[in-house]
Design a protein around this ligand. Sequence first.
Ligand code: SF4
Length: 107
Amino acid sequence: MPVFETRLVFNVPGRYYVGKECSGCNQCTKFAPRNFRFEDTCLQGFVFKQPETPEEEAACAQATLKCPSGAVAADGDRHDWTASSGFDPHKKVVEPEPPPRPWWKLW
Ligand code: SF4
């Protein structure tokens, strides 16, 4: 199950969300096409609409169970969505530069 803080930024707030563990298999959109979409640029699924009917709720629960990466969580209603925007796969992680080597350690 994904960690809430590393949920993808594309998810709409609510109970269900997809985390950065998503492998991009696109199965969730088959199980719950009214609630899940596929982000083409980073190749990951996300929740674009939270379930509003019992049928959509069942479909989202099925998508959560069937996700091969375990990347769909159903505990989003227990978290504060305003605290952070989540994980953006488009942003590059900038590694800090290593400190320069002293002149006496050049070889
Ligand atoms: S089923 Fe899981 S791994 Fe596949 S696209 Fe959906 S969230 Fe990602």
